[in-house]
Structure formats: structure tokens, C-alpha cells
Design a binder for this molecule. Sequence first.
Ligand code: BG6
Ligand code: MG
Length: 209
Amino acid sequence: MKAFIFDLDGVIVFTDKFHYQAWKKMADGMGIYFDEIINNRLRGVSRAESLEIILEKCDQKLTDEKKAELMEEKNNTYRELLKTMTPADVTDTVRDTLNRLREAGYKLAIGSSSKNAKFILERVGLIDAFDAISDGTNITHSKPDPEVFVKAGEFLGVEAEECVVVEDAYAGIDAAKAAGMKAVGIGDASGYDRADYRIQAFEELLGIA
Ligand code: BG6
Ligand code: MG
């Protein structure tokens, strides 16, 4: 193995609660039922696809303009919440493990569906911790499509079979396997049997390396 590709939301930082709060505010404003179980289905899924999942509970048919407006509203709320993030939002374990993987000679990348990935990495002081960032701004298909990880491998100049993806989303594990990469399930995906490795704690990556 030559490289680790990390999902961002739910692996490096815990922005899930902010996604939830921002979508909840939008859904409440529209009178649409939304809860944490539906929110779990949004993990790794693009903003537009997330909205479609939320709209399954909406009786009205919305125009594309209205959908764009709702996505913008959600993103504005989400970015306000992201502004509260600081370097203290990254655990010492995550920072230390990333440093040790780098010292061991591995290339490190981000593979995230989010268009806010760089903004988040800047907020938490990790923008220079990765050799490449593949995110929602350089893809046309989001997970479970492999594109975001294929691009990350290309940016690093590492072959797919030499990359390990670390993911908390089932859609992300499926994307990694579709890219021909090894997959590590953590958090929500730690029980997913398609993952090649299933871990409970971030530092367990040192045992895989
Ligand atoms: C992923 C999250 O990282 O990014 C999803 O797991 C989210 O829940 C997606 O929908 C897109 O994020 P953004 O920041 O571009 O709206
Ligand atoms: Mg995630």
C-alpha cells in the first residue's frame, strides 16, 4: 500500500451534526418531516441527492429553481455552523495518526463529496496535512460512484490497488470497492461487511499500514 484516502465528514471531522441541523431547519421551514434516521441516509451523498431523499416526505412537486433555493438556504446555514469550527475539532488521535502515516512514507489524500471540504480543512488547520484533495468541486458523480476516489488516486499518482480508503458511509465503501481500492469501515460503516477492514478507533489504521 502506498496511499491512504480519507473521507472527511464523519472520519476526520464530525460535521454530520451540522448537516443535520441545517437540513432540519430547511425541512421544518417547508413543513417536511425529517429525522436523524433519514439524515443517516445522507452520509456521503451529494447535496442535490440529499435534497431528493428529504423530498421523499414532501407532497408537493418542486421546480428546479425552488430546489436550488432550498439547497442554497441549507448551505448558508451549514457554512454559518462550520464557522464555529476550530483546530480543537480535530482529535489529537487523528492528528497524530495522520503524522505517523506520513512519516512512514504514505501519501495522504481527502476523497469527499463535499464542496465545502477545503473550507472545513482550513477552519480546522488541516489544509496542509494532505498531499491531494479530491472533493465535490472536481466530480460529476458522487459516491457510490468511484469518481472521487479515482481522482484522488490520480492526483497522488498512485495506482488504485495501492490505495486504502477510510470511510464512515456505506456509499463510500461501495465507491472504494468500485474504484478497485481497499476499504476501511469506521464509525457508521464499521459494521459493513463489504469493507476489507473494520475498525472502531482511528489509530487502528497504524495496524493496517
Ligand atoms: C458529504 C456528506 O461529505 O458531503 C454528505 O457526508 C453531504 O452528507 C455531502 O451531503 C455534500 O456536502 P456539501 O458540503 O457539498 O453540501
Ligand atoms: Mg462521511
